[in-house]
Design a protein. Sequence first.
Length: 125
Amino acid sequence: MFDEYNIRKSFDVPSPTQIVLLQELERFNILIRRMSSTISDLKRALKGEIGMSADLESLGNSFFNGFLPPMWAKLAPQTQKNLVNWITHFDKRNKQYRDWIDFEEPKVIWLSGLHIPESYLTALI
C-alpha cells in the first residue's frame, strides 16, 4: 500500500503530473486492498471458517485456471493477459510508482504502466 496522505503532503504545490501520480496511487491502493481481502477470505473459506461465496469460488477457479479474477479485473486497466503475466505487469507498475515517489518523476514513463495513460498525457500539455 502507498501512503497517499504523506505522499500528498510531501508535494508543496503538486504539479499536474504529481496529481496524476496521486490518482494512480489511489486506484492502485483500491486494487491492492481488494486483492488482499479476497485472498484472505478465500483462505478462510478453504479452511471452513467462512462460507464459500460465488465470488470466492470464482477467485479460486481463476487461480486454478491461471486467469485474472473478474473481481480484480474490474479495478485494473483492461487487459487480455493471463494471471502470471498480469502479476508481472502489476509488479512493474508498482516499481514505476515506487521509483517515482522515492526518486523523481521518470524521464521516460511507461504509459502502459498507468491506469489511465491519457491523464498523464493531458497533464504534460
